[in-house]
Design a protein around this ligand. Structure first.
Ligand code: PEP
Ligand code: CO
Length: 404
C-alpha cells in the first residue's frame, strides 16, 4: 500500500508531498493537538479504498458524454449528511429521490446521477463562530468535525470523527454500488449513469490519507467525484494541488467572486490535458447576478480548450433569513437555474443540469409550493446546515428548467 501522505500542521503542506510547500488550506479543523489526531489519520491511511479506478473510469466516460451534450446530469442531496442517516433504509430513500428527480429532468434521455452522499460530512463556514443566545460557540462544521448541538462540548473539533465519517461513507457506498449493479443489470447500455458519490473535499486531514494507487493510477479513494467549494478553489490552495494529482473527475463551485483569469489558472492545473468531462463547473452566483457574472467565466474556460460539464447550483447564491432561520425562495432558485441555462445556451455550451440541496423527505426549509408562508418553515425544518428543497419543490424546478 502507498505510504500515508502526511500534512505537517493541518494548514500548511509539509515538504515531500505531491503539493508544494506553502500551499494554504482554508477552512481546516483545529485539532492537531488532540491526543487522537495522529492515530485517526493513521487509521484512514491503512483503511480500504472506498472507490476503485474501474468505477472512476466509468464515471469519466459518462461525464465525457455529458460534456459533449449527449446527456444531462443531476448532482443532489443533503447540504450536510448526518451520521444518523447512513443506514440502508435512509440511503435507499435518498437514492429513490435522486432517481425520481433525474428521470424528471431527463425524460427518456440519459441522465447521470450523482449524490451529495457517502462523504458529505464537512462544511465550510463563513464565520468560525455562531451566536447562540448571545454566547459565541464554534460553528458546526459537519459531522466529520463536530456535532450540531449548541453546546461547547459538542462543538469541539474531534479528529476521531474522521474515522466515523469513513465508516459511515463505506456503509453508504456499499448501498450505492448495489444500486448501480441492479440498474446496470436492468438496463444494459453504454451510459454508466450511477448513482455515483460526491462530496466537498474540504478536510485535507481526511482526504490526503485516502489517496491510493489503483491500476497504476493515483486516485482519491474517499469518493467518486470530489468537488471544491467556493472558499477553497484558489489556484495555490492545498485543495487544488491535491485534486490535481488524482485521476478522479473533479468539480468546482463558482461563486460571485470567481475571476476569469484565476479560473483559467485553476482549470489548467486540474485539467492540463483538456480531457472532456474531467471538470464539472458549478455556477452559484445568485439569481440577480448570474447573467452578468457567468458569461466571462464560460468564455475563459472555453478559450483555453477545456470541455467542461456546466451545472447550475441555484441554491447557494439565494439564501435569505426569514422567520428566524436560513431559507431560500423556490422562485429565486428557479430564476437562477433558468437564467444559467440561457447563458450557457447563448454561449454555445450544453446546459449539463442542476446541482441541488434536496431532502429525501417532505421538509419545510425552503419557501414555495406547499410551503406557502414563513410560519410553515418551523413545521419540518430538520437540516443540519443549509435549507433543502423537498422532493415536490425540486420536481417543480426540474419541470420548469427542462421547458425553459
Ligand atoms: C455547499 O455546497 O454546501 C457549499 C457550502 O457550497 P459553496 O462552496 O458553493 O458555498
Ligand atoms: Co449548502
Amino acid at each position: 500500500m502507498r505510504s500515508r501522505p502526511v500534512i505537517g500542521d493541518g494548514t500548511r503542506a509539509a515538504p515531500g508531498l505531491p503539493w508544494p510547500e506553502g500551499a494554504v488550506a482554508a477552512q481546516q479543523p483545529e485539532w492537531k493537538t488532540h491526543p487522537d489526531y495522529v492515530a485517526s489519520r493513521a487509521a484512514l491511511a491503512s483503511a480500504p479504498a472506498l472507490v476503485t479506478a474501474a468505477e472512476l473510469a466509468r464515471l469519466r466516460r459518462a461525464l465525457a458524454v455529458v460534456a459533449a451534450g449527449g446527456a444531462r446530469m443531476v448532482q443532489l442531496g443533503d447540504c450536510a449528511e448526518s451520521f444518523e442517516e447512513t443506514g440502508a433504509d435512509h440511503v435507499r430513500a435518498k437514492t429513490a429521490v435522486l432517481h425520481a428527480l433525474a428521470d424528471e429532468l431527463g425524460g427518456d434521455g440519459p441522465v447521470l446521477r450523482v449524490g451529495r452522499i457517502g462523504g458529505q460530512f464537512a462544511k465550510p463556514r463563513s464565520s468560525p463562530f455562531e451566536d447562540v443566545d448571545g454566547v459565541p460557540l464554534p460553528a458546526f462544521r459537519g459531522h466529520m468535525v463536530n456535532g450540531e448541538a449548541p453546546s461547547a462540548g459538542a462543538r469541539e473539533h474531534d479528529p476521531r470523527r474522521m474515522v466515523r465519517a469513513y465508516e459511515a461513507s463505506a456503509e453508504v457506498l456499499r448501498v450505492l454500488a448495489r444500486d448501480r449493479d441492479r440498474r446496470a443489470g436492468r438496463r444494459p447500455g453504454p451510459f454508466p449513469d450511477g448513482p455515483w458519490a460526491s462530496h466537498d473535499a474540504l478536510v485535507i486531514d481526511y482526504e490526503a490519507p485516502l489517496v491510493r494507487t489503483d491500476a497504476g493510477q493515483r486516485i482519491l479513494a474517499s469518493t467518486h467525484l470530489p468537488w471544491l467549494g467556493d472558499r477553497t478553489r484558489a489556484p495555490g490552495s492545498a485543495h487544488v494541488r491535491l485534486l490535481s494529482q488524482v485521476a478522479n473527475p473533479v468539480a468546482l463551485k463558482l461563486g460571485p467572486s470567481a475571476d476569469p483569469g484565476e479560473l483559467a489558472e485553476v482549470c489548467a492545473l486540474l485539467d492540463p490535458d483538456r480531457t472532456p468531462g474531467r471538470l464539472t463547473l458549478i455556477a452559484r452566483m445568485g439569481a440577480e447576478r448570474v447573467a452578468d457574472l457567468l458569461p466571462p467565466l464560460v468564455a475563459a474556460v472555453r478559450a483555453r480548450g477545456h470541455r467542461a460539464v456546466w451545472l447550475s447550483d441555484p441554491m447557494h447564491g439565494n439564501t435569505v433569513r426569514a422567520g428566524g432561520v436560513k431559507t431560500r425562495h423556490l422562485s429565486a432558485i428557479v430564476d437562477e437555474a433558468v437564467r444559467c441555462k440561457r447563458v450557457l445556451e447563448v454561449a454555445g455550451e450544453h446546459p449539463g443540469g442542476l446541482h441541488l440541496e434536496v431532502a429525501a423527505s417532505d421538509v419545510t426549509e425552503c419557501l414555495g409550493g406547499k410551503v406557502d408562508g414563513v410560519e410553515r418553515l418551523a413545521e419540518r425544518y430538520t437540516t443540519l446546515c443549509d435549507p433543502r428543497l423537498n422532493p415536490d419543490q425540486a420536481a417543480e424546478l426540474m419541470r420548469t428548467w427542462i421547458r425553459a
